[in-house]
Design a protein around this ligand. Structure first.
Ligand code: 26Q
Length: 828
């Protein structure tokens, strides 16, 4: 480094705006070889990020020394996905220098917010699971927990969604195109991983074996620093990038032949190339399996390297290391650790199992059978032959335990088994994760209950104490402070600024809920956010909306179980009613949809098409002008989410009861003062409990009622026939009047799902209760003071859904981890 960045920082004081300005100019000069006169917005952004990074590095080094000195017990959070969003404003806020930086840029004639918008967000995840991982890492750092996140540095993140003639079109997400100043590459910590090949062995499967692999891949770690908010702690996320091991080895090129070597190089680089754009499992894709093993094997080697720097005996391993599995995607780590211990370290099998089974914890994120990962045995045999053998050996033990506990009960054993007896056979990763983990948790109370009583029932009989629940949460930094600066400012004035680190502090708002001055200020914030969103929509050519309308938002992945089409059917019904009775007194509403469909999920894509077809008709019909508008915001992302969350009046959380494990969007909207219309599903149940049922619009069949409907043989056709409004809405949606010039086949797959395929998600059964509840929403919205009170009470009572509470629960109850702040460090 050619300059001494900030002597003042080391003394623990924040840098002055002029010190920051100077540092930005130095980075502009020495890292980008630019002068202020020829610097682009991108250059200024890059330089500002580098200065911010310098400041985080100071704290990172302190954190590292503290954790190493104390030989801290750490949690290693393994996740295939992280949805970090843009980082500049977040990192500045964590460091507490947002205003100083704003002023520094102002002195340079620049505006902070404009600079921050240059950043391409890190979209290395599909949705809820990836964003939850990011929120939890944010909270772990904020609470000073020693934690490292591991994942994959996908060269292409989740695809960009464009809409062409109402259809989703996917484009590559080249998020590193402008460079990525947050990355710190660590080639010296590269790891080598083996794949394919064959086994050489003499003894039993539980004896050490030799795996002669034919392909070797190198993982190069790239770190992203993760500052806590208002603390010295800076943790990090370590993302692996795959490269060929022969890259630097000219000999190998000659040995293997030129063509073969290039082919292998291409294969190796393809491993971290692209994020799979599905949020449910897709059967048996080899590259996905290779991705999982690659990232898990690199991470484990890195964990072991760190362990041996600070420790000397295996028996300390479970005392110092907790490995958390974010769903089953990283569950090969269990098998890989067994392999390392047995084959490479030559520990006896039972001793290895002791260590392994004290190390892992596992979070399940899905209830749907098709969401549970299974790998075909022949694929494992090909890619990871030794791991398959270890899996069979583990299953042998599992079946012994099962026989002991349930003698002669073949059915129990069949459901417990790691191996599913299909053709070909496959390995059930969830069963492996449950078997090997000290704790297994669901992500909401309802979800955890259903896991225990249905999906993992025999496991819960075998190991009742393993199962627990940690209801999800969201980061107050990302989803209030950053997403909604106006509301954040109002809250600071009302209850002080402590809520950013302690969301329960918002309880203090309860006493203001009926204060007309505060209500007015609160409504004014919402109004201003709606104006801002309207302008943004207009700029993007997405339509012109009246900010006085009720903003009704459903933003999340497009899925049949999330039932965007239930929302759409209600819109159609309302449209038909309004056409007949244009004078009907309903508040003007803007219906906003946003979300991506998995590229291979046809019905979901037809739902997007249906939304656009309805929007085209409704928005151009003068009869409902100023009453009803339908918008689809393309390319849903963390950035778009924040804009919608700040502006929403009503949050649609309408999944079929028993299908949404938790939901976290529900929390983001409610915290920002949108009222929820929602089913009794996932965390909705707990949100309703916290905010009070009088401040929550619940509707729809419960899990038990649906069970009963199923038992009696649910016939969507009957529901269609007995409800004239529903019938009209459905008939119109699938009519040529709605489709316009489109082929009559355009929505056929959607219609089939509702009728021929039996409406798996009970859209028709829940239509009427949904319709009726929405009428109550209209009434409530007319009464501005009542609405304000309800919204304020939502904000006031969402404290429990902070990811800080989540991190603390995981740390204390599952991981037995203690905070370790930098100041705690004694002299060596
Ligand atoms: C697995 C194998 C192959 C390809 C893809 C996948 C895959 C990828 C992502 C499977 C599932 C996911 C993501 C699931 C997810 O986001 N689940 C959501 O997790 C949230 C956080 O716990 C919950 O709030 C949501 O209810 C749940 O749907």
């Amino acid at each position: 480094m050619v300059y001494t960045p900030f002597p003042s920082i080391r003394a623990g004081r924040p840098p002055t705006p002029s010190a920051l300005r100077e540092a930005i100019e130095l980075h502009l000069k020495y890292d980008l070889a630019k002068q202020p006169s020829n610097a682009t917005l991108r250059d200024w952004w890059y330089a500002t990020c580098l200065v911010t990074r310098d400041l985080m590095v100071e704290r990172r080094l302190e954190t590292f020394q503290t954790q190493e000195y104390h030989r801290a017990r750490r949690v290693y959070y393994l996740s295939m996905e992280y949805l970090m969003g843009r980082l500049l404003l977040h990192n500045l806020a964590c460091l507490g220098i947002t205003e100083e930086c704003r002023q520094a840029l102002q002195e340079l004639g620049l505006e902070l917010e404009r600079i921050a918008e240059v950043e391409r967000e890190m979209g290395l995840g599909n949705g809820g699971l990836g964003r939850l991982a990011s929120c939890i890492l944010d909270s772990l750092a904020t609470l000073d927990y020693p934690a490292v996140g591991y994942g994959i540095l996908y060269q292409f993140g989740l695809f960009h969604q464009e809409i062409v003639q109402g259809y989703q079109v996917e484009r590559p997400d080249e998020w590193r195109e402008l460079g990525h100043p947050w990355e710190i590459s660590r080639p010296e910590l590269a790891q080598k991983v083996s794949l394919y090949g064959e086994l050489k062995r003499s003894g039993l499967p539980t004896d050490p074996a030799q795996w002669i692999a034919t392909t070797e891949v190198v993982g190069i770690p790239v770190d992203i620093l993760l500052p806590g908010y208002g603390t010295q702690t800076v943790n990090f996320l370590r993302l692996w990038m795959s490269r060929s091991s022969r890259e630097l080895d000219l000999e190998a090129f000659n040995r293997g032949g030129y063509f073969e070597a290039v082919r292998e190089k291409t294969f190796c680089e393809s491993i971290s190339k692209v994020l799979y754009p599905n949020d449910k499992t897709e059967a048996g894709k080899e590259l996905r399996l290779v991705q999982q093993y690659f990232f898990v094997a690199c991470s484990l080697r890195d964990i072991l390297r760190r362990f041996w720097r600070e420790n000397t005996r295996w028996e300390d391993f479970p005392k110092k290391v907790v490995i958390h599995l974010n769903d089953t995607h990283p569950s090969l780590a269990i098998v890989e650790l067994m392999r390392i211990l047995v084959d490479e370290q030559e520990l006896p099998w039972d001793r290895a199992w002791e260590l392994v089974s004290e190390t892992f914890s596992y979070t399940n994120h899905t209830l749907m059978p098709e969401g549970l990962e299974k790998w075909p045995v022949p694929l494992l045999q090909k890619v990871l032959p030794r791991h398959l053998e270890i899996l069979y050996a583990l299953n042998h033990r599992l079946m012994e335990w099962a026989e002991k506990r349930f003698p002669g009960d073949g059915d129990k054993k069949t459901t417990l088994s790691l191996i599913e007896e299909t053709t070909p056979k496959s390995v059930r990763m969830a069963n492996l994760a449950v078997m090997a983990s000290r704790t297994v948790n669901g992500v909401s109370r309802l979800h955890s209950e259903l896991l225990r009583s249905r999906f993992f029932a025999p496991f819960a009989e075998l190991w009742p104490d393993k199962f627990t629940s940690v209801t999800n949460g969201i980061s107050p930094r990302t989803f209030l402070l950053m997403a909604n600066p106006r509301l954040a400012g109002l809250l600071n004035r009302a209850v002080g600024g402590e809520w950013v680190r302690d969301l329960e502090k918002l309880r203090g708002l309860e006493e203001l809920a009926e204060d007309s001055g505060f209500q007015a200020a609160y409504l004014a914030v919402k109004e201003a956010n709606k104006v801002e969103l309207s302008n943004w929509l207009l700029q993007r050519g997405l339509g012109s909306v009246d900010p006085h309308s009720l903003f009704d938002v459903q933003a999340k992945r497009i899925h049949e179980y999330k039932r965007q089409h239930l929302n759409l059917l209600r819109i159609v019904a309302l449209y038909l009613v309004l056409r007949e009775r244009p004078q009907l007194n309903v508040p003007p509403r803007v219906f906003v949809f946003a979300g991506k469909a998995a590229p291979g999920y046809d019905v979901a894509k037809r739902i997007i098409k249906a939304i656009h077809a309805v929007a085209a008709r409704v928005n151009s019909d003068p009869v409902v002008k100023n009453k009803l508008q339908v918008l689809f915001v393309p390319n849903y992302s963390v950035d778009v989410a924040c804009r919608l969350i700040a502006a929403a009046d009503l949050s649609e959380q309408i999944s079929t009861a028993g299908t949404e494990a938790s939901g976290t969007g529900n929390m983001k909207f409610a915290l920002n003062g949108a009222l929820t219309i929602g089913t009794l599903d996932g965390a909705n149940v707990e949100i309703r409990e916290e905010v009070g049922e009088e401040n929550f619009f619940s509707f729809g069949h419960t899990v038990e009622e649906l069970q009963e409907l199923r038992r009696k043989g649910y016939q969507p056709k009957e529901w269609y026939e007995k409800d004239p409004l529903l019938r009209r809405a459905i008939d119109w949606l699938f009519s040529q009047e709605c489709l316009g010039n489109e082929s009559p086949q355009a929505l056929e797959p959607l219609r089939k799902a509702l009728f021929e395929e039996g409406d798996r998600f009970f859209v028709l059964a829940d239509f009427r209760p949904y319709w009726e509840r929405q009428q109550e929403v209209d009434v409530a919205f007319f009464n501005r003071r009542r609405w304000a009170k309800m919204a304020i009470l939502n904000t006031a009572r969402m404290g429990r859904f902070s990811s800080d509470r989540v991190a603390r629960e995981y740390a204390t109850r599952l991981w037995r981890l203690s905070p370790l702040a930098c100041a705690n460090r004694e002299k060596r």
